[in-house]
Design a protein. Structure first.
Ligand SMILES: Cc1cc2nc3c(=O)[nH]c(=O)nc-3n(C[C@H](O)[C@H](O)[C@H](O)COP(=O)(O)O)c2cc1C
Length: 133
């Protein structure tokens, strides 16, 4: 498994992670669950109508954190918008429950991938492991 796959698998197994954005000088954080490994990139999904999406377009620097099985993961980096239809379709195939809220042509569904990402796995018992992807 490469670095990207390790991170993606951890997020999928954890089920929920927390996505932090910046709005001016105010951090904003909320639960997220979408994670897709596609074309060598880690994608997450949101709606363009949401505040989180507006914060990311104003400042693409984000951090996510997830905890599972005694380990936690932080991923920091920048998110890049990808309007390609194929990646939206792949997301909906991986997580069919999203189809109740989004479709590839609704003008709202938004796929974002991590650029210049640094991921750190930590636990109370082992040294941290830092990966780039
Ligand atoms: C477990 C869980 C997972 C969620 N996953 C996502 C997700 O992947 N993408 C998304 O846009 N919203 C997701 N949401 C909803 C967002 O947390 C919610 O819309 C939030 O208000 C968005 O942040 P904002 O209010 O700053 O725009 C999830 C909510 C929960 C409870």
């Amino acid at each position: 498994m490469n670095n990207l796959e390790k991170v993606c698998q951890f997020l999928q197994t954890a089920g929920t992670y927390y996505l932090a954005t910046v709005e001016g000088d105010q951090p904003r954080v909320r639960p997220f669950g979408t994670a897709l490994c596609y074309d060598g990139k880690l994608y997450i999904e949101t709606g363009k109508a949401k505040s989180v999406s507006k914060q990311i377009s104003a400042n693409p620097k984000v951090e996510i954190c997830a905890f599972d099985g005694g380990k936690w993961l932080r991923v920091s980096g920048e998110l890049v918008n990808d309007d390609s239809r194929e990646v939206k379709v792949a997301m909906l195939e991986q997580m069919p429950s999203l189809k109740a809220m989004y479709s590839p042509d609704d003008g709202n569904m938004q796929m974002l991938y991590f650029k210049n990402a640094t991921a750190t796995f930590s636990s109370f018992t082992e040294a941290p492991e830092t990966l780039q992807f």
